[in-house]
Design a protein around this ligand. Structure first.
Ligand code: ADP
Ligand code: ADP
Ligand code: ZN
Length: 214
């Protein structure tokens, strides 16, 4: 099963894709996590991506597409995967369609986690992520068992620089301009599933599973 996650920054894509991945035994591939890991490791890709990420802009397609195509060709992707944060532009979506079509394949579900802008800023200000494994938490909605420490791996929880309110506003603008059109793109392909992302985390997950298994 090949799933892509659509939704505004902070809609809950990472939270839900982790659960979907655990349920079906599929790898969760987050382009944001890959860029952040490269940044921490000081790679050339990380350095190039940093300016865009800090400003809340998209990393250019030419830096993003190759790494995704490479990642989904790995053995652990043979039974499918969840793409969290890719595609984010029509060019990326077209590329994915093309690459999959080369092996007679396609995206099975595009899960759109729908959350209005007014909910996003509050959500983002409380987001903390594991500096080691990337797992997202929220200081109120989804606190870790031990404050400041990742339940998964014991890593330290940090606040992302691009989660500060000013940058979040720009990321929302970028989302509406460049990523939102993908909702129509996948709707036209007949694989769009939209869920109400303002419900609590368990309910959103249940709605997604119900749609995937309908
Ligand atoms: P969020 O989970 O809040 O939506 P991500 O962790 O997915 O944020 O992405 C963080 C940043 O990484 C984005 O603001 C963008 O700069 C970059 N990025 C992630 N995925 C892509 C992509 N598919 N195309 C271009 N830039 C991306
Ligand atoms: P995205 O990957 O779309 O940027 P995340 O999964 O990182 O979003 O979630 C953004 C923030 O909102 C995190 O702090 C997360 O714990 C919290 N969150 C996710 N889903 C919900 C929800 N349904 N209700 C309330 N808070 C949520
Ligand atoms: Zn962790």
């Amino acid at each position: 099963m090949k799933i892509i996650m659509l939704g505004a920054p902070g809609a809950g894509k990472g939270t839900q894709s982790e659960r979907i991945g655990a349920k079906y035994g599929l790898p969760q591939i987050s382009t944001g996590d890959i860029f952040r890991a490269n940044l921490s490791a000081g790679t050339e890709l990380g350095m190039k991506a940093k300016t865009y990420m800090d400003a809340g802009e998209l990393v250019p397609d030419e830096l993003t597409c190759d790494l995704v195509v490479d990642r989904i060709s790995k053995d652990d992707c043979a039974n499918g995967y969840i793409l969290d944060g890719f595609p984010r532009t029509l060019a990326q979506a077209d590329l994915l369609t093309k690459v999959l079509a080369e092996s007679g394949d396609k995206v099975d579900f595009a899960v759109n986690v729908d959350v209005p802008d007014e909910n996003i800023i509050a959500r983002m200000s409380g987001r903390r992520v594991c500096g080691k494994c990337g797992k997202p938490y929220h200081i109120v909605n989804m606190p870790p068992k031990v404050e400041g420490i990742c339940d998964n791996c014991g890593g330290e929880l940090i606040q992302r620089k691009d989660d500060l309110a000013e940058t979040v506003k720009n990321r929302l603008t970028v989302y509406h301009d460049q990523t939102q059109p993908l909702i129509d793109y996948y709707d036209a392909k007949g694989c769009l599933v939209t869920v109400d992302g303002t419900k609590d985390i368990d309910e959103v997950f249940a709605d997604i599973i119900a749609a995937l298994e309908a």
